[in-house]
Structure formats: structure tokens, C-alpha cells
Write a protein of this length. Structure first.
Length: 68
């Protein structure tokens, strides 16, 4: 396996959206659903999953920024 593939796989494993990104996405989901009470955990988990899925899509299509 090449070093680039190993590096890519490790980056996918290490990726986690920042709490600020998740909070912003969860808030907009909350507002768009009419601000229902008692669903903050569901909004947070949904937002986190969406951000991770988006990251995977950008990795597949090669739209990444390399950080070292």
C-alpha cells in the first residue's frame, strides 16, 4: 500500500468536525424544523453525521486541504 493511501485512510479516521461547525449546523436544523423543544441531541447527531458525510464526499472527489 502506498504512503499516500495510508495517509488518506488515517486522515479519514482522524476527522471530526469542530464543535462550532456542528453547533451551527444543528442550530439551523433546529430552526428549519420549527424550533421543536427537547430534540437537541438529535439535531447535534444529525449535524455531526452530515458534516462527516460531506467530508467523505470531498475526499472521494479530491477536494481537500492538506494540513500538516
Amino acid at each position: 500500500m502506498s504512503a499516500a493511501v495510508v495517509d488518506l485512510n488515517q486522515n479519514e479516521i482522524d476527522f471530526a468536525p469542530s464543535p462550532d461547525e456542528v453547533a451551527r449546523r444543528a442550530y439551523f436544523s433546529y430552526v428549519n424544523e420549527g424550533s421543536p423543544p427537547g430534540r437537541h441531541v438529535q439535531h447535534w447527531l444529525k449535524a455531526e453525521a452530515e458534516l462527516i458525510a460531506e467530508r467523505k464526499l470531498t475526499r472521494v472527489h479530491g477536494f481537500t486541504t492538506r494540513r500538516k
